[in-house]
Design a protein around this ligand. Structure first.
Ligand SMILES: Nc1nc2c(c(=O)[nH]1)N[C@H]1C(S)=C(S)[C@@H](COP(=O)(O)OP(=O)(O)OC[C@H]3O[C@@H](n4cnc5c(=O)[nH]c(N)nc54)[C@H](O)[C@@H]3O)O[C@H]1N2
Ligand SMILES: Nc1nc2c(c(=O)[nH]1)N[C@H]1C(S)=C(S)[C@@H](COP(=O)(O)OP(=O)(O)OC[C@H]3O[C@@H](n4cnc5c(=O)[nH]c(N)nc54)[C@H](O)[C@@H]3O)O[C@H]1N2
Ligand code: SF4
Ligand SMILES: [Mo]
Length: 763
């Protein structure tokens, strides 16, 4: 039947069309979406023009929350593995199986025999941000792993040492800086990381429009490098040296650019200057592949600009000197006088609070690692975890404390962590595994039970984690767009149930019992904290105020965090302060303004100063010096990663509109290397590293440094036992078959994912 235009209009009028505003939870940018819903069905998603932070910007992934919701492969029911095949089960059956599986292993081998891996979506979910830790606490095992140790831990460790808390990360003041030095980040494709800034590209273009300068340090001429004013093609894994030489130059030029205010917050400047003495631009030039003159010029430009900021990400953190490089970023920002200064590197004031807004400001307990060591390789504990790289050996090495069961929450470590083949073998040997995941994929196929969670559109949202790294202080709450059936428990309910199972409370205990305990503990500790706005108040009164209109779970916790946060109403003690109700009444979010200086209140070091010269970091400079003197093999190819705007880690490849078109899982290689190796455009090559090999098609391109090849991660969807039809038809290869689990940054336990020695040959 053809519907005439007039009839369509009538149809629209009678149908229940609504536009619901919400934040995209996929990446760190957190763009505002305007979701058109007709009769409980999403018809269209576009950018929310009125969003206070993103102002209409979205990338091609944002609108695919719709496709993701309707994806036939997305799991709606629990799966249980029977005779090697996953079959649909009821929630009661699934819980019984999880209870028997996990408690069976705990009874037989103890709590340490259950490990957990928490994946990246956990940082983007309100449920996971509030209940993952509840589950881990109930589990009581030290065998905890996460995506953090294949990502940002080095920055957190460096920040922890410097400022006293690992959540105190200085971000570039993007909208006001006049000079931005970017290392190992490609925000034109990634939309930014540890620097929450929707429309990062637009903000960079605005920087250039106000006559500022952008310099990108990257072995690839990434999209960001192509838009920048200058590209510096560094050799992979050498950013710490490059930054050390910049800092060395700045010190040699004199540190009077640090004003008295900043100077008064610093401990250890002289020690750092002394320790950096060997790292002259000439000393590092050959190893970094950047000539001394360029390094000196960049140092002078950073110092001479009316404001400047250094910003570094994945290409610097996932290297053997990740922590030291991250530390040197802040050393340079300090040596140019730009830390905690408008236009420099600044500290956000998160609206829902964070470790650096709670307790008495100005000093604290400080930060340390190494509270315990991993069983097999003796890696130090960092942020309550062991390195993801150590997971396989902890599972496959017999002995006391061997991991016999794994819980994976929102993670796909087979594709995301080093030596995926070894990890897959170890997962196959587990006595029991449970995945909380929305797909039957490369990792969850090993699970005895898969517990699905509702789609993002069925859940409320607030970016508890990412807004602590935002370039403006903003708050934005999203209500669920679509309803859930009784058979679709929210993610927090799944996590709370797991928590009651492993804590011994029993499978019958309801999530709301766990939830009540969580909120009671939170409120109680705030009422005992003399710096809290609810110090000395009655717990019951606060809890009953929080529970109005039956508010429960993460939303109730969020209300508590907002109201006791730096802009909160303090439950009546601050007039016009923020509450969740007020935020709900502002569907496009609330902007609390540009970043403001936060020193010294933000500090949580024991001394109450920025500890510039902690022994661990100063000590690592020796290792860096030795590394710089190693002989360079000019014929050795090194592998780096890359991200694509239409792809997201390992799991958006089942969305047809995102993966259609050209093959994205290709090996980039420089024309000179291709010629030398007899490789022609499009031919298939075998890439071999110490731990494995994969075959991929080649793209010969000038946009990469000679001697460097690049393959994106998160692909390799051809494994048996998965159910992702679209992804399997465009499988690509798993680049983490090549990354080496034995190479990591010793200070943070973070895997080396960039700068892998490989050989490449025509198949
Ligand atoms: N070689 C190389 N490897 C890398 C990187 C690199 O640059 N190079 N990058 C690293 C980085 S930065 C990261 S963050 C990691 C990411 O690696 P992982 O932590 O493994 O995360 P993802 O690949 O995003 O996989 C997410 C999983 O969660 C599921 N999922 C999606 N949404 C939800 C949800 O709402 N709830 C739950 N419970 N599950 C959900 C997906 O189906 C998928 O199985 O990869 C790392 N690996
Ligand atoms: N479209 C899309 N967006 C994403 C993701 C995604 O998978 N796809 N993932 C999200 C996640 S989990 C994260 S953590 C962020 C990451 O966000 P970014 O840090 O911006 O990550 P990439 O885009 O991988 O950019 C890293 C850059 O480092 C370069 N590089 C590699 N080795 C070196 C080196 O030794 N030195 C230097 N200086 N550069 C090097 C690479 O060539 C690459 O251009 O992106 C997030 N956003
Ligand atoms: S940039 Fe990130 S947050 Fe914004 S629409 Fe794309 S995926 Fe979503
Ligand atoms: Mo990440």
């Amino acid at each position: 039947m053809r519907i005439s235009e007039k009839e369509t209009v009538t149809l629209k009028k009678t149908s229940d069309e609504q536009i619901v505003f919400r934040t995209c939870p996929l990446c760190e940018a957190g763009c505002g979406l305007a979701v058109t819903v007709v009769d409980d069905e999403v018809t269209h998603i576009r950018g929310d023009m009125q969003d206070v932070f993103s102002k209409g910007f979205i990338c091609p992934k944002g609108s695919t929350l719709k496709q993701l919701h309707y994806d036939a492969d997305r799991l709606r029911h629990p799966l249980i593995k029977r005779n090697g095949v996953h079959v649909q089960a009821t929630w009661d059956e699934a819980w019984a199986a999880v209870d028997a599986g996990l408690n069976g292993v705990i009874t037989k081998h103890g709590r340490e025999s259950v490990g957990a891996y928490l994946g990246n979506p956990g940082a983007h979910g309100l449920s996971s941000m509030t209940f993952n830790s509840v589950f881990l606490k109930s589990l009581g095992s030290r065998q905890i792993y996460s995506a953090s140790s294949v990502d940002q831990v080095p920055k957190q460790v460096a920040s922890g040492y410097l400022f006293g808390s690992p959540s105190t990360v200085a971000v570039p003041d993007l909208d006001r800086t006049q000079y931005l030095l970017i290392l190992g980040a490609n925000p034109y494709d990634s939309n930014g990381s540890l620097c929450t800034a929707p429309d990062f590209p637009g903000r960079l273009e605005a920087l250039q429009a106000r006559a500022g300068k952008i310099v990108v340090v990257d072995p690839r001429k990434s999209k960001t490098a192509q838009h920048a004013d200058e590209w510096i093609a560094i050799r992979p894994g050498t950013d710490a040296l490059f930054l050390a030489a910049i800092a060395n130059t700045l010190a040699a030029d004199g540190l009077e650019v640090m004003d008295q205010r900043l100077g008064s917050f610093l401990n250890g400047v002289d020690e750092v200057v002394l320790a950096l003495q060997p790292f002259t631009p000439e000393f590092v030039a050959e190893t970094t592949g950047v000539d001394a003159q360029t390094i000196r010029r960049i140092a002078h430009e950073l110092r001479g600009a009316s404001s400047s900021a250094v910003y570094a990400r994945i290409g610097t953190t996932t290297t053997a000197f990740g922590t030291t490089a991250s530390w040197l970023v802040d050393v340079v920002n300090i040596f140019t006088g730009n830390l905690d200064r408008v236009g420099g590197a600044m500290f956000p004031l998160p609206v829902a609070g964070s470790a650096n807004t709670r307790g008495a400001g100005g000093s604290g307990k400080g930060f340390r690692t190494g509270r315990g060591h991993s069983r097999v390789s003796k890696h130090p504990e960092v942020l309550g975890e062991y390195p993801a790289s150590a997971m396989a050996e902890e599972i496959s090495t017999p002995g006391d404390g061997q991991i016999r069961a794994m819980v994976i929450v929102g993670g796909n470590p087979i594709l995301s962590t080093p030596n995926g083949e070894r990890l897959a073998k170890s997962f196959a040997d587990l006595e029991f595994m449970v995945s909380v995941d929305i797909y039957l994929n490369e990792t969850s196929r090993f699970a005895d039970v898969i517990l699905p969670v509702p789609s993002a559109l069925q859940r409320s949202h607030y970016d508890l984690a990412l807004l602590t790294f935002a370039v403006r202080n903003v708050a934005n709450y999203s209500k669920p767009v679509l309803s859930r059936s009784a058979n679709e428990p929210d993610e927090w309910e799944v996590l709370a149930k797991m928590s009651s199972i492993v804590s011994g409370l029993g499978v019958e205990t309801s999530p709301s019992t766990i939830d009540d305990r969580v909120i009671s503990k939170l409120v109680e500790s705030a009422t005992k904290d003399s710096s809290s706005s609810i110090f000395g108040r009655d717990c019951e009164e606060i809890i009953s105020e929080l529970s109005v209109a039956g508010r429960r779970g993460p939303d109730r916790i969020l209300d508590f965090l907002l109201r006791t946060g730096p802009f909160g109403d303090g439950f009546g003690s601050v007039r016009d302060g923020l509450t969740l109700d007020k935020l709900i009444a502002a569907p496009h979010g609330i902007d609390f303004g540009a970043l403001e200086p936060r020193l010294p209140n933000i500090l949580r070091t024991q001394s109450g100063k920025i500890e510039l010269a902690v022994p661990q970091l100063i000590g690592d400079l020796k290792r860096l010096e030795v590394f710089c003197q190693e002989k360079i093999d000019a014929t050795q190819l090194t592998l780096v990663g890359r991200r694509d705007l239409r792809s997201h880690n390992s799991w958006l490849h089942n969305i047809e509109v995102l993966v259609k078109g050209k093959d994205r899982c290709t090996l980039h290689i420089h024309p000179n290397d291709a010629t030398r190796l007899g490789i022609t455009q499009g031919s298939a090559v075998r890439i071999t590293s110490r731990v494995g090999n994969v075959d991929a098609p080649v793209e010969i391109t000038e946009l990469i440094r000679e001697g460097v090849v690049s393959l994106p991660h998160g692909w390799g969807h051809s494994m048996p036992g998965t159910k992702t039809k679209v992804a399997s038809s465009r499988a690509g290869v798993n680049s983490n078959i090549l990354t080496d689990e034995q190479r990591l940054d010793p200070l943070s336990g973070t895997s080396v994912l960039n700068g892998i020695p490989v050989s490449v040959a025509v198949v």
